[in-house]
Design a protein around this ligand. Structure first.
Ligand code: C2G
Length: 129
């Protein structure tokens, strides 16, 4: 069984999120998703996601393509998560292209093209207007 791992915040869950999870699953048989905690998000972007980490996790966990979820507490722990969850392949969107190449000695690393014209930031901007 080929185990796939991917990570994300998945705030205001949208079609780009669904597509990357579906395409991640196509890289193997079992999909494990690390959900960025509110604290990790705050440290990266100095703001909290709209949906709480518990709600974001419940949404991802309910998807047919997802087999297992956990909270990603820190970007620095990625290597530990890859080992803990025995991942054969790490999949990320290509906005992260090259950023996780250091894990190539632990597992395969794949970057997939993002779905164009949709993002959480853009959704927030449209609603604000
Ligand atoms: N994504 C996509 N197409 C979009 C928007 C997002 O394919 N139009 C992908 C991203 O490339 C990422 C995943 O969906 O692989 C989750 O995106 P975010 O929720 O924005 O995740 P991010 O905040 O980048 O957190 O450790 C890494 C981080 O946890 C990733």
């Amino acid at each position: 069984m080929r185990r796939v791992i991917t990570f994300g915040t998945y705030d205001l869950f949208h079609i780009g999120h669904l597509r990357i999870l579906e395409r991640s699953k196509q890289n193997g048989d079992y999909l494990i998703v690390g959900i960025s905690t509110d604290a990790l998000n705050y440290s990266k972007k100095q703001k909290n996601p709209i949906y709480s980490q518990e709600d974001r996790m419940d949404i991802i966990k309910a998807l047919k393509v997802v087999d297992e979820v956990f909270f990603e507490e820190s970007l620095e722990l990625k290597g530990e998560y890859i080992k803990k969850y025995k991942a054969d392949v790490l999949v990320m969107g290509d906005d992260w292209e090259g950023r996780f190449d250091m894990f190539k000695d632990l597992c395969e690393v794949v970057y997939l093209p993002r779905t164009p014209s949709v993002s959480t930031t853009e959704i927030i901007e449209i609603i604000k207007k």
